[in-house]
Design a protein around this ligand. Structure first.
Ligand code: TRH
Length: 395
């Protein structure tokens, strides 16, 4: 069996297959740029869908898909069915069990020193994660060993992606007196000092019209910022519009809804920082909302067997710890309603007044949660440490 030995600055090679949305590429692009920025070695990212990459990383449009090219220190390569391996990296990451091409595995096995092969798993707050984090699985035929690396919310897991300067950048952005006002003004958006600013990034949401009705009739000005995403059809339905696009603004009672263009990831962070309540989805925006340290509503990626309900409850069980019962109930009730989960059969519109009342307490809690999570090693650091430990153990 070949043994992995990590050089001081390994070459990282990440494989990403885009499933359904941006999520997988959102996480992989963030990991790749974070590793590159930390100077821990060269980073190559293989992506099967260039269009999805281009949306979160517009600079990818200038890269020749066949020849590859570098953006933010990451070598971008298109992963096609005619895949021909390059010299494999010393650390090869397959994201979310995307299954490396056979030619890549053969190239890895042919090396004198086998690369360290990592399967980066989906984020889950479930208790079993810590037990599986770091497990090894030898390839049945080739002299290769795959290691499972799980992100998570405690020290027994691989942590969460968090760039080294993220929280300082967030605080500096918020501290600038003109920060948010200028950000909104640059997008042609005005709101009163007491408005509740909400970002809405979501999958389809059939319950949205009733919630918009509640917001339109609310006693507080509601500014809802909707980046172009799958929920836009429901926003159109809720506002009785045929077609909405970036730049459109619709006022109904206390509610003003503004459609924003889909930006790069840095721009999306600023949207989260600018709002008092963020609706997020999937995995990466869910984590970014936690670093924004404001109350948020998570729409979990739906799975056919409703396995996502358990994942939602597992996160709620962790997140709600330490909150007074009324605030914890308000948040849990709204999240379950937003995700269509039994047994709490309230609709989001019915669950909204209690959530609105709980926001001040939830705001304090969101900051506390963010601070606690920020004490743990971030995912890129944890991954680097994990690889070094395996290399050390192999000596
Ligand atoms: O795209 P998603 O729905 O991702 C999901 C999850 O990863 C899920 O686990 C997976 O199984 C499924 O895809 C197939 O949501 P997510 O993870 O939040 O990714 C969206 C990315 O888009 C994230 O990196 C933030 C980014 N983004 C921008 O860069 N600009 C924007 O304007 C917006 C709204 C988002």
């Amino acid at each position: 069996m070949h043994r992995f030995r990590s050089p001081a600055r390994p070459r990282w090679e990440i494989f990403c297959q885009v499933v359904d949305n941006f999520g997988d590429i959102g996480v992989c692009w963030r990991l790749a740029t974070d590793l590159a920025r930390r100077g821990g070695g060269a980073v190559r990212l293989w992506v099967d869908e260039w269009e999805a990459l281009r949306r979160i990383c517009p600079a990818a449009a200038a890269v020749d898909e066949r020849a590859g090219g570098s953006v933010q220190g990451v070598e971008l390569r298109r992963w096609t069915s005619a895949f021909v391996p390059l010299v494999p990296g010393e650390i090869v990451v397959e994201a979310f069990a995307c299954e490396l091409p056979a030619a890549q595995l053969e190239a890895m096995a042919a090396l004198r020193q086998a690369p360290l092969w990592i399967n980066l798993e989906y984020l889950s707050a479930e208790a079993w994660v810590a037990g599986c984090h770091g497990m090894a699985s030898p390839h049945p035929r080739l002299p290769l060993v795959k290691h499972f690396f799980f992100p998570g919310f405690d020290a027994g897991t691989g942590g969460l992606l968090r760039e080294a300067d993220l929280l300082a950048r967030r605080d500096a952005w918020r501290a600038r007196p003109e920060g948010r006002a200028a950000w909104l003004a640059a997008r042609g958006i005005a709101s009163g000092p007491d408005a509740l600013r909400v970002s809405l990034f979501a999958y389809e949401q059939p319950e949205l019209p009733a919630l918009f009705d509640a917001w339109a009739g609310s006693g507080r000005e509601m500014l809802v910022l909707v980046p172009e995403s799958r929920v836009l059809g429901d926003v159109q339905r809720a506002l009785g519009r045929e077609r909405l696009q970036a730049g459109d603004r619709v006022v109904r009672g206390a509610l003003t809804a503004c459609v924003l263009p889909f930006t790069d990831q840095a721009g999306y962070d600023e949207l989260l920082w600018a709002c008092e309540l963020n609706f997020v989805r999937g995995e990466d925006s869910f984590v970014r909302a936690q670093w924004a340290a404001r109350p948020f509503v998570w729409q979990i990626y739906p799975q056919a067997d409703a396995a996502h309900h358990d994942k939602l409850e597992a996160f709620l069980a962790r997140y709600l710890q330490g909150l007074p019962a009324a605030e914890a109930d308000a948040l849990a009730r709204f999240w379950r309603a937003w995700n269509g989960c039994a047994p709490d059969r309230a609709t989001p519109a019915e669950a909204w007044p209690a959530l609105a009342a709980a926001l001040p307490g939830l705001d304090v809690h969101a900051r506390r949660w963010c601070d606690v999570q920020a004490e743990l090693p971030d995912l890129a650091t944890a991954l680097d440490t994990f690889c070094s430990h395996i290399a050390h153990a192999a000596r």
